[in-house]
Ligand binder design. Structure first.
Ligand SMILES: C[S@@+](CC[C@H](N)C(=O)[O-])C[C@H]1O[C@@H](n2cnc3c(N)ncnc32)[C@H](O)[C@@H]1O
Length: 250
C-alpha cells in the first residue's frame, strides 16, 4: 500500500510513522509513506492555506487552489490515488469501510482544519470519511485512525490471520474475553477451561462468551449475525443462565 498525506502539519505525520503498526509496515516494505506540505502549493510569500468565508460568518475556510495543486502534483508523480477528505460530514468509518480502503493500492489523505474546505474541493476527491459523530479540530488524527483501521487488514501484515477472523465486528460478534498471566490476580482467577488443553471446549467457551458479550453490550450487532445451529444452542444456554439469575433476584 502507498499512502500520502497532504497537510499543513507534516511533522505530525512524520512522528506517527515511527511507531507501532505504521513502523512495522514501513520496515517490511508493505507500506510506502509520503508526507507533503500543503504550504508548498501556495502562491503567496506567507504560504497562506485559508481565507475568510464568502457570505461572512465565523472561522476560516481552507483554500481550494493549494489542495488541488497538491493533488495534481502528487498524482503527477505517483499516479492516481484514492483521495480521502476527512470530515464530520462524511461516510462513517466502520470495519467494512476499513476493509474497502485496505484493498486500495494508493491512498491520499487530505486532513483539513478550521471551518473545513472550500466546497469546490469536493470535485477532486473520491470519498469524505468521518470517524464518528463528533467534531475534531483537524483531520490529522482522523486520517491516522482511518489508515490504522485499514492497514491492519492488509494481507500479510499481522502475524496471525486467525486473530483477525475472530476479532470484534467480524461476523457481527464482539471478541471473547482474553486472559494472560498471572492465573490468579488478587483472587480473580482465569476460567479453568482455558488451561484445560481441551481445544474443543476452549472453542465452545470462547464462542459462548463472544455471544454473551455481544448480547449484553451490542445487541444491535447480534441482530445482523447469521447464526449456526451450535450458536443457537449456546444462546439458549445463555438465556437459561440469565433467567436463573433473574429468578434468584426476584
Ligand atoms: C472543526 S472541523 C470542521 C467542521 C465543519 N465546520 C462542520 O461543521 O462540518 C475541522 C476539520 O477537522 C476534521 N474533522 C472534524 N471532525 C471529524 C470527524 N468526526 N471525522 C473526520 N474528520 C473530522 C475535518 O478534516 C474537518 O474539516
Amino acid at each position: 500500500m502507498e499512502v500520502h498525506f497532504l497537510t499543513i502539519f507534516p511533522d505530525f505525520f512524520e512522528c506517527a510513522k515511527a511507531f507501532g503498526l505504521f513502523k512495522v509496515a514501513i520496515d517490511r516494505s508493505i507500506l510506502s509513506y509520503y508526507v507533503h506540505n500543503l504550504r508548498d502549493f501556495t502562491k503567496d510569500k506567507h504560504k497562506t492555506t485559508d481565507d475568510t468565508p464568502y457570505g461572512g460568518g465565523a472561522g476560516m475556510v481552507m483554500l481550494v487552489e493549494p489542495i488541488v495543486k497538491g493533488i495534481e502534483s502528487i498524482e503527477g508523480t505517483y499516479g492516481k490515488q484514492f483521495k480521502i477528505l476527512t470530515s464530520p460530514q462524511g461516510i462513517k468509518l466502520d470495519e467494512n469501510l476499513a476493509k474497502e480502503i485496505s484493498q486500495k493500492e494508493k491512498l491520499l489523505f487530505i486532513p483539513t482544519h478550521y471551518e473545513g474546505v472550500d466546497e469546490r474541493v469536493m470535485d477532486y476527491i473520491d470519498i469524505e470519511i468521518s470517524i464518528g459523530d463528533y467534531v475534531l479540530s483537524g483531520g490529522e488524527i482522523a486520517s491516522l485512525v482511518i489508515l490504522d483501521a485499514a492497514l491492519r487488514l492488509v494481507e500479510g501484515l499481522l502475524h496471525n490471520k486467525e486473530s483477525l477472523s475472530e476479532e470484534t465486528f467480524e461476523n457481527n460478534l464482539l471478541e471473547y474475553p482474553q486472559y494472560t498471566r498471572p492465573y490468579d490476580f488478587r483472587g480473580e482467577t482465569v476460567p479453568d477451561v482455558l488451561r484445560s488443553g481441551n481445544h474443543r471446549e476452549i472453542e465452545k467457551f470462547r464462542k459462548k462468551e463472544s455471544l454473551r458479550r455481544t448480547l449484553l453490550k451490542r445487541p444491535d450487532l447480534l441482530l445482523k449475525h447469521n447464526f449456526t445451529d451450535e450458536e443457537i444452542k449456546l444462546l439458549k444456554e445463555i438465556q437459561k443462565e440469565i433467567e436463573e439469575i433473574i429468578r434468584r433476584l426476584t
